[in-house]
Design a protein around this ligand. Structure first.
Ligand code: IMP
Length: 430
């Protein structure tokens, strides 16, 4: 369809973007992460081996793709180094020369993580339920113009000057919240050790992407989190601190919009959410518990159990609009096997109104009620199915219904964790 693909999550994250990115990365020349940070946990399983990527783009598992970490990614040098070392040690990655890190990416420093934790503790029952990775405080410093960028981090003198500007105020807040202040000199010393490995990868990531697109190469943009966690378009304030939607891929990466591109929205066959915040189709009964068990719904970054519930068409229609979705990859269809019926949310009632599309701000309205329908379930296991014709009729009807309700074709259906446990009905490249 195009040589430029964007992969974005249409729910609250954990839709299976890592698997879908890995599947499509085999023919990508570049895979670029364009926002978020180590709060992401993209799980990829190849030949029975599970790899969880937090910051390195999921394209690293493809033998040739250049992996780009763009300027709106907040980069945690400690965890990035650990991730690179573990990928090298396990033989998943054989060399790191394919990794380019934007010189403008903001760096997550230990005081950001401390602030994240202390603030959550102070918020008590009003906490966001963050991943504790320092994401919010780092984006906050970026817009407050007191952040440390990767180029600063790689130059100890620049770093010391930036810290002199930022640290006194941050330390004052940390002390106020009961934490221990950080020393500028310790932070600079630590940056030298980490920088030895990481700073080899510094580059102008926008220039790398623009050159590849001009040359007609295949470029894949991989988003993290999901539409409902977007700082503008999500369930604010229970969101992450970045723009997670597809349309942001180009401006956040420092390039203009290519002439054509395909936006692939990733949708889990049911809904999950980690952390606090509204989730109107959450099911705390048997249906939700079963989804959690069958789907192994535990956070890839924090290990927290994911809240589970029914697929939500009005919210997905909103996400399709916000992202400009052309195609959908449906994941975890296999998890629904064995149910007598599968609950779906087809609309919401709010006062006298029936809403087919909903803005997530309405989730805070006390009178909001989901309108459910039960679709017939199927007994047969789907794990590993690669041909559409092998899907049981009821499973096919479920997929058809999603396609019809959202008005978007579903050319990719995932039937298991492994890369090849997938039904692919259309070549999305070119
Ligand atoms: P933060 O991004 O760590 O600040 O967390 C803010 C909210 O986003 C919390 O509810 C997290 O659980 C959620 N969140 C952040 N990253 C992810 C993700 O990759 N998957 C699912 N939820 C996430």
């Amino acid at each position: 369809m195009s040589n430029c693909l964007i992969i974005a999550g249409l729910q609250w994250g954990d839709e299976g973007k890592g698997k879908v990115t890995d599947l499509l990365a085999g023919r990508a020349d570049i895979v670029a992460r364009y926002q978020g940070g180590a709060n992401a946990g993209h799980t990829v399983v190849v030949n029975g081996r599970q790899v969880i990527l937090h910051q390195v783009p999921s394209g690293i598992l493809s033998p040739k793709a250049t992996c780009v970490i763009g300027p709106d990614v907040v980069l945690d040098p400690e965890t990035l180094l650990a991730e690179i070392e573990s990928l090298l040690a396990s033989g998943v990655m054989t060399d790191t020369s394919r990794l380019v890190i934007s010189r403008a990416a903001h760096v997550v420093l230990p005081y950001h993580k401390a602030l994240d934790g202390l603030r959550e503790k102070a918020a008590g029952k009003n906490r966001i339920g963050t991943t504790g990775r320092g994401i919010g405080p780092t984006y906050e410093d970026m817009v407050a113009r007191r952040g440390v960028r990767f180029a600063d981090f790689c130059d100890p003198e620049r770093l010391a000057r930036r810290l002199d500007m930022a640290l006194p105020e941050r330390n004052a807040i940390i002390s106020h919240l009961g934490g221990d202040p950080f020393s500028r000199d310790d932070l600079v010393d630590r940056s030298r050790d980490l920088g030895n490995v990481l700073c080899r990868h510094i580059g102008d990531s926008g220039a790398v992407l623009a050159k590849a697109l001009d040359a007609g190469q295949n470029v894949l943009f991989e988003s993290a989190q999901g539409t409902l966690l977007d700082v503008l378009h999500g369930t604010y304030p229970f969101v992450t601190s970045s723009t997670t939607t597809a349309a942001a891929a180009f401006p956040l990466s420092g390039i203009g919009s290519p002439q054509s591109h395909t936006t692939l929205g990733v949708v889990k066959a049911y809904t999950t959410r980690v952390g606090s915040g509204p989730f109107p189709t959450e099911d705390e009964g048997e249906f939700g518990t079963r989804l959690q068990d069958q789907g192994a719904e535990f956070g890839a970054t924090t290990g927290r159990p994911r809240r589970c519930g029914a697929l939500d068409f009005p919210t997905l229609r909103y996400a399709v609009r916000v992202n400009g979705v052309d195609r959908i990859a449906l994941t975890k269809l296999d998890v629904l096997s064995g149910l007598d019926s599968v609950r779906i949310c087809v609309a919401y009632r709010l006062g006298d109104e029936t809403l087919d599309v909903i803005h997530p701000d309405h989730f805070f309205d006390p009178g909001l009620t989901p309108v459910y329908e039960e679709m017939p379930g199927w007994k047969d296991a789907l794990t590993g199915i690669q041909e559409h014709s092998r899907l049981p009729e009821k499973a096919r009807l479920y997929v058809d219904r999603i396609e019809r309700e959202l008005g978007v074709p579903i050319p990719i259906i995932s039937t298991g964790f492994e890369r090849d446990h997938t039904i692919v009905l259309e070549d999305l490249w070119n």
